[in-house]
Write a protein that binds this ligand. Structure first.
Ligand code: NAD
Length: 322
């Protein structure tokens, strides 16, 4: 069995490799050669923790396994990341454990890769201004991955507490992109692509904020009750895409529009269908596209499998008898 410790991931995995892995697995999901198993997420009644599993099987890539972990709010005081996760891969032919891989950085990279894949396939080719809503742990990963997909000339950003945007400013400037902290009104008026990456439980971005032709990647909503964009007018104006419909309507951004009967499941297209050429994606310069990136277990397995291959190639994989 191979172990790839968390500390090795940064030296192995690149945003490009994460993009390739995630694009392939979205295609495989839409072709029904890969499927996610139901998500388990429980408040365990200890340390205020939320713990769960995301798992699945990709028959095309033979990736079988799970990501296990969750959220421990007291970790920061112990010098640890609040979000903790580990990915387990199993041999699809024998069921033997193939690898154990640190999942913390990979989660940020695969989530950012999903937004980037949505931008690559759905945003206008001439997108120039990137808007980021949120300034937490994931925000800079999102910005870097998405910025690589279009010839962006600047980044505008909004956060509930604007002083927290300084980290994002440094990350944008490191990419050579001018950065401005703006109001939501100015962000919507300027942006051709918007990424929302917050843990909000209420709509932040409304239809009034968003101009025609925008692509929005909603990446923060991954739990029942969370919400980042208006579930009525903005949703009605937009063409809707997601990683997986089942997650989108239960724990993703589109759960609210489904509950309100504004849309039906049939109105949501899997991004993999666009990747596979089975759906045209954006069909006009004026169309608003929304990608609801809910975060599926198969993304974790895909990036973990890439990292195992890279670790073996570069001689940093730890092999143990198991
Ligand atoms: P974080 O705790 O580091 O940052 C949270 C961000 O949300 C901050 O910018 C904060 O200002 C903002 N925020 C919180 N409540 C808000 C509100 N009511 N209105 C406006 N802004 C608000 O979190 P993070 O690690 O950056 O993750 C952000 C979100 O992404 C979380 O909801 C997390 O669960 C989710 N996430 C999704 C995926 C996926 O695959 N889709 C993967 C990882 C994380």
């Amino acid at each position: 069995m191979i172990i790839v410790p968390e500390k090795e991931i940064a030296g192995l995995m690149t945003a490009e490799a994460a993009f390739d892995a995630v694009e392939k697995v979205f295609a495989s999901m839409a072709a029904r050669t890969a499927y996610n198993f139901p998500v388990i997420r429980e408040a365990i009644g200890h340390a205020d923790a939320l713990y769960g599993f995301k798992s699945g099987f990709d028959r095309a890539a033979l990736n079988l396994g799970l990501k296990s972990g969750g959220y421990w709010p007291g970790n920061a005081q112990k010098g640890l990341t609040n979000h903790q996760s580990t990915i387990f891969l199993f041999d699809a032919d024998t069921g033997k454990c193939r690898a154990v891989v640190g999942g913390n950085l990979l989660t940020a990279l695969r989530t950012a890769a999903a937004a980037a894949v949505s931008v690559a396939h759905l945003a206008r080719k001439d997108a120039k201004v990137l808007g980021i809503v949120g300034a937490g742990h994931q925000a800079a990963y999102q910005m870097r991955a998405v910025a690589a997909q279009r010839p962006f000339e600047r980044v505008v950003a909004w956060n509930r507490t604007p002083e927290k945007l300084e980290g994002l400013r440094k990350a944008a400037e490191a990419l050579g992109l001018p950065f401005e902290s703006v109001s939501l009104e100015d962000l919507g008026a300027a942006s051709d692509v918007i990424v929302t990456i917050t843990s909000s439980f209420g709509a932040i971005l409304t239809s009034e904020h968003v101009k025609d032709g925008t692509h929005i990647a909603c990446m923060g909503t991954d739990t029942k009750g969370k919400q980042e964009v208006d579930a009525d007018k903005l949703i009605r104006r937009s063409t809707l895409f997601t990683d997986e419909v089942a997650q989108s309507v239960t724990i993703g951004e589109f759960q609210h529009a489904i509950i309100d009967l504004t849309i039906r499941k049939e109105d949501i297209v899997e991004l993999g269908q666009v990747i596979n050429g089975d759906h045209p994606g954006r069909t006009s310069e004026k169309e608003i596209t929304i990608f609801d990136g809910t975060g599926v277990g198969l993304q974790d397995l895909a990036v973990a499998s890439s990292v195992v291959d890279l670790a073996v190639k570069q001689g940093v994989a730890v092999e143990v008898e198991f």
